[in-house]
Design a protein around this ligand. Structure first.
Ligand code: ZN
Ligand code: ZN
Length: 495
């Protein structure tokens, strides 16, 4: 399970991108304003980086424009906080174009560090659960692994006098990003509150071990235990290891699966960049649901295991250095972090605040939905169960004998452009079975469903992104292809 991370990169594709980086630089100089300036670029930039100019100019949201986090607008007093679970900083050996440290001095790659800090602020998430690889992470101390910079206004979360998380400040003076430490080694330990005990070698031995004993040690150090790259694990492992959860989607795995499509995009980047989608939509042609992920997810829950599932960004800033027409490298931290996020429904403290532990509590409890925000930011999504007057959240249990009902609320798209055709949305409730999922209920709007059979039921919202057609250039048919927009965690229905 400690497959060399370099092998995880779609190597052929990465090489091709690297080769094209030199050839295609002139294309970047002809591009319009970057659409990726975290919302600062203005709507006028949205049309310039893909095909021809747009007419009329878009109003409201467009891909690449960041909408603010929902936060207090969540359901039933819960805070809807969005962020990443699985991201690699300068403290991973394979991040930063495989040069995260100086070979002679071991000093970290300061520009890459700054790329991460700048870009995490641009995407406006509330939190990032870092997952750096064993070698560098294991020999680097807290709060360094929390990307802590006192001089930038960061404030540490202390527990027992020790730094456990970093309220990292953003230069725009906004709320900043809560950074939690962690590692992706044999397994993911997300939200470690310090290294496991022992020498560097002893720590690294624990991080590099996927046995139940090692996983328990990670959890004892505060971590949420997640299995990354679900395709690498058997259903038996997903079911029996003492983990909290596993990934329901991984962007890196998706890119690898679509290597052929990626090569086609590369060819267009070098020959006719005007044929490409808007730069921030460049992954849309590669975007596919992975049947292996869905099958493992269904099989594991159908076997009776209760597991939270997450969407893994797995950004490294190391795979695609070529620049897209917006002048930004394909795999910039910003572009990868922007694609989707995990929405944790967090119980606020008495003052309405939250910290690293409230995030982890929500994650362990399964109160999480993932949203592909590159297609539009959802507002008002909800999935819960009721037993009479009692409400059960995602990750919770509802009894048929007590009248369990499952309800999904159809979200709307924030700030959708009124001049664009609306997207087509479809809501589904699915029941886990061995090898996948059965559709229990579906429809174009909100769903209320009374389950007759016990089982694990998840909800999803699918979208046919007709509102994006104007950004797709020669990829316009993708506006008529339905893709997942929201994956919600399961509710466990019992008899
Ligand atoms: Zn890696
Ligand atoms: Zn990773």
């Amino acid at each position: 399970m400690t497959a060399p991370p370099l092998l995880r990169a779609p190597l052929l594709v990465a090489l091709a991108f690297a080769a094209i980086a030199c050839a295609s630089d002139p294309a970047a100089t002809t591009s319009a304003t970057s659409s990726g300036a975290g919302g600062a670029g203005g709507a006028g930039g949205a049309g310039g980086s893909g095909g021809g100019m747009l007419s009329p100019a878009p109003q409201g949201w467009y891909p690449g424009l960041v909408e603010p986090s929902i936060r207090t607008g969540g359901q039933r007093g819960l805070l809807d906080l969005r962020g990443l679970v699985h991201a690699h900083s300068v403290y991973s050996h394979d991040a930063c174009d495989n040069a995260p440290r100086d070979e002679q001095t071991d000093a970290i790659n300061a520009p890459c560090f700054d790329d991460f800090r700048r870009d995490m602020c641009k995407v406006g998430h509330d939190f990032i659960l870092l997952t750096d690889h064993n070698e560098s992470f294991g020999r680097t101390e807290f709060p360094e692994v929390l990307l802590y910079r006192e001089e930038r206004g960061d404030v540490l979360v202390l527990r027992g006098g020790k730094p456990v998380a970093n309220r990292a400040a953003c230069p725009d003076g906004g709320p900043g990003v809560l950074l939690l430490g962690g590692t992706e080694s044999a397994t993911i330990a997300a939200g470690l509150e310090g290294h496991v005990p022992g020498t560097v070698a002893e720590r690294q031995a624990v991080y590099g071990d996927a046995t139940p004993e090692a996983i328990e040690k990670l959890k004892a150090a505060g971590a949420v235990s997640i299995l990354q790259h679900t395709e690498d694990w058997t259903v038996e492992q997903l079911t029996t290891l003492p983990i909290d959860g596993f990934e329901m989607y991984n962007l890196h795995a998706n890119a690898k699966k679509s290597a052929g499509e990626a090569l086609l995009l590369l060819t267009k980047l070098s020959t006719n960049p005007g044929d490409l989608p808007l730069s921030d939509l460049v992954f849309l042609p590669l975007f596919v649901e992975d049947p292996i992920y869905l099958a493992s997810w269904g099989s594991t829950l159908a076997a009776g295991a209760r597991r939270v599932t997450t969407m893994g960004t797995d950004c490294h800033r190391n795979s695609f250095p070529a620049k897209l027409p917006d002048g930004e490298r394909v795999d910039s931290y910003r572009r990868m972090m922007l694609w989707f996020s995990n929405h944790l429904l967090v119980t606020p403290d008495a003052q309405g605040g939250w910290d690293d532990r409230s995030l982890k509590d929500a994650l362990r409890a399964g109160r999480n939905y993932g949203a592909f925000e590159i297609l539009g930011y959802p507002l008002g999504f909800d999935y819960h169960a009721t037993e009479g007057a009692a409400v059960r959240e995602m990750g919770g249990e509802a009894s048929i004998a007590k009248g369990a009902r499952l309800s999904v609320t159809l979200p709307r798209l924030a700030e959708i452009d009124p001049t664009a055709p609306p997207p087509v949305l479809r809501v589904r409730i699915l029941r886990a079975k061995a090898g996948g999922w059965d559709v229990a209920a579906e429809g174009p709007g909100a769903l209320d469903f009374t389950p007759k059979a016990a089982g694990a039921y998840r909800a999803e919202v699918r979208i046919t992104p007709k509102h994006l057609r104007r950004y797709l250039s020669t990829y316009a048919p993708l506006a008529d292809r339905e893709v997942p927009w929201i994956y919600a965690n399961a509710i466990y229905v019992v008899d």
